[in-house]
Design a protein around this ligand. Structure first.
Ligand SMILES: C[S@@+](CC[C@H](N)C(=O)[O-])C[C@H]1O[C@@H](n2cnc3c(N)ncnc32)[C@H](O)[C@@H]1O
Length: 294
């Protein structure tokens, strides 16, 4: 079934979603209403194999959540916030002062981050780097060193309220640093799995190095779909986001629902200039004997 995204967009417009505390490329804050609409009412657990900023789990409000991602720094921050709560928030807050908002201090702290083996200190520095670095990027060099340049913002915002809010979500979350294959292998009856993988390039000429460097190619896209279909045979319902391209139209041709969305994207650093991109949200309903469709 093909659904026009304008229906979903008009729903999105009426809801003000909660914002996650991390800036994250591809965060789905604006799409949570459309994603929520695809989740079966009988869902007992949300699984996000590509959790990123956690914007989806934060806004869907399920009692049980499994958040997973291959980014070790990201999962470690969530573990630290869940474990140490206010103490961790206060540690992060200390780095949000004018004294820390200079290129010299930023690069010194970035070096410290790359060398540190102290989990809490490293996690707090990641929150600092995320808000003081260029455009909220998260990028590593070939040796795994974080290498985002200084962002030159006037006064980076400390997301205290957002961290407190996210902490409440974490009390209902299991966290895993893992590849999507092992997470999907455990999905089954009662699970709603939302997959937000690194997208296929929007066009053949698109500059898509940010995620492609991590090696998420067409083989991974096909593996992801196969793992999702296996999960639906065990009774899970799965939704997947991706760019709307001839390649993804072919890949997801057998989906139970194909929702076409036009999504606003920031193209300038200050967020004032925007463009629109075409995305798909596809849904695969349970096909197994004990599925949610029952
Ligand atoms: C588009 S982002 C997800 C954004 C997220 N939905 C949000 O709202 O913030 C894709 C995420 O997939 C993660 N990732 C990349 N390759 C992965 C893999 N093989 N398995 C699991 N996660 C992966 C990245 O670290 C990144 O956080």
């Amino acid at each position: 079934m093909l659904v026009d995204g304008s229906i979903a967009r008009s729903t999105v417009a009426r809801v003000i979603p909660s914002r996650p505390f991390l800036k994250w490329a591809g965060a789905k804050t604006r799409l949570v209403a459309a994603i929520r609409a695809t989740a079966p009412p009988q869902t007992r657990r949300l699984i996000e194999p590509f959790a990123g900023s956690g914007a989806v789990a934060l806004n869907l409000g399920f009692e049980r959540n499994l958040l997973a991602d291959t980014n070790a720094d990201l999962i470690e921050i969530y573990r630290e916030l869940k474990r140490s709560g206010e103490q961790f928030i206060a540690t992060c807050e200390k780095f949000f002062t004018p004294r820390h908002n200079t290129a010299k201090t930023y690069y010194a702290l970035r070096t410290q981050f790359n060398a540190s083996t102290d989990h809490r200190h490293k996690a707090a520095l990641f929150v600092y780097l995320n808000r003081h670095g260029y455009n909220g990027l998260c990028r590593y060099n070939a040796r795994g060193g974080y290498n985002v340049p200084f962002g030159r913002y006037d006064a980076p915002y400390f997301p205290r309220k957002e961290m407190e809010n996210f902490r409440r979500l974490l009390a209902r979350c299991t966290l895993r640093r893992a590849d999507f294959r092992s997470i999907l292998a455990a999905a089954g009856d009662g699970d709603f799995v939302y997959c937000d993988p690194p997208y296929v390039p929007a066009s053949a000429t698109a500059n898509f190095t940010a995620y492609a460097r991590g090696g998420f190619g067409s083989h991974d896209q096909a593996n992801l779909l196969a793992a999702c279909l296996a999960a639906t045979r065990r009774g899970a319902c799965v939704a997947i986001s991706n760019h709307d391209t001839p390649e993804t139209r072919r890949l997801y041709a057998e989906a139970d629902e194909i929702i076409s969305l036009s999504v606003a994207r920031h193209i300038s650093r200050n967020g004032r200039k925007r463009t629109r991109a075409k995305e798909l949200l596809v849904v695969y309903r349970p096909s197994g004997p004990a599925g949610l469709s029952a």
